[in-house]
Design a protein. Structure first.
Length: 260
């Protein structure tokens, strides 16, 4: 027979049943709660101590890198500002030096011939008989500075008069070709007509000289411009002149030189 203390009682069964129910409820509750917890937190809880320390170190390093990047941005802004100020100062120096290069020669040219550069009120930087003394090994050195005088300019030479250009002599040459340009004119109107044609046609008559040739069965003249080496060149030039409504005909380069 078992002892009375070793026998199960109804109250013991009830206690253990309650305990089992509480544990089962906690398990169900934990399963439901774990579904609501973010995966990152669960993964962190399952990591080892070494892995967790590595992630924390990475986070610290990222923070340090962000701070270093912010510091570099501040320094870069300061350097850009300083560079802009230095460039502005350099531009001012260049402008001042350029102004001196322009103004000083004009000031010196404006001085009278007998003036001394450094005694002038404009550039009085060195006084009369000024002596500077410097200490040196074994004694001293004295430097005496004197104003520099302007060198004497040579006497002005008269400007020679321009030599009038001699009129070019046109020599008729029947072996070469010319173009009879423009209408028939009288001897008195030939010079004016040639001037009008030269102004109107410009480069087309460049390098050509005029002759006066007799018009067949008439007392009037024709202006012949030349000389031109080839007949084809004279024909091509006539084609260009006819496009601008100027009468033109190739012919031998002969006639009387046109006097102006």
């Amino acid at each position: 027979m078992a002892k009375a203390s070793e026998q199960f009682r109804q109250s013991d069964v009830a206690v253990w049943g309650i305990v089992a129910l509480v544990c089962g409820g906690m398990a169900v509750f934990g399963a439901n709660v774990s579904a609501l917890v973010p995966q990152g937190i669960l993964a962190g809880l399952h990591k080892t101590r070494i892995d967790g320390a590595s992630i924390d170190q990475l986070r610290v390093d990222v923070v340090d890198l962000n701070e270093e990047a912010a510091r570099l941005r501040r320094e870069n802004t300061m350097l850009v500002t300083r560079f802009a100020l230095q460039e502005q100062a350099g531009n001012e120096v260049i402008q001042r030096v350029g102004a001196l290069e322009v103004s000083l020669p004009k000031l010196i040219e404006a001085l009278p011939q007998t003036a001394e550069i450094d005694r002038s009120s404009l550039t009085g930087s060195i006084g009369e008989g000024e002596t500077l003394t410097y200490d040196a090994d074994g004694g001293s050195v004295a430097i005496r500075r004197e104003p520099m005088e302007l060198p004497a300019l040579p006497a002005a030479q008269p400007i020679p008069e321009a030599v009038a250009a001699l009129p070019e002599i046109v020599i008729p040459d029947e072996a070469k070709f010319g173009i009879a340009v423009g209408p028939s004119v009288s001897f008195e109107d030939a010079a004016g007509t040639w001037n009008d044609l030269s102004l109107k046609l410009g480069p087309l008559l460049l390098g050509l000289s005029p002759l006066l040739a007799d018009e067949a069965e008439s007392d009037e003249k024709r202006i012949v411009a030349g000389p031109i080496s080839e007949l084809s060149e004279a024909s091509a030039l006539c084609t260009k002149l006819e496009r601008v409504s100027i009468a033109c005909m190739p012919m031998p380069f002969g006639g009387t030189p046109l006097s102006f």
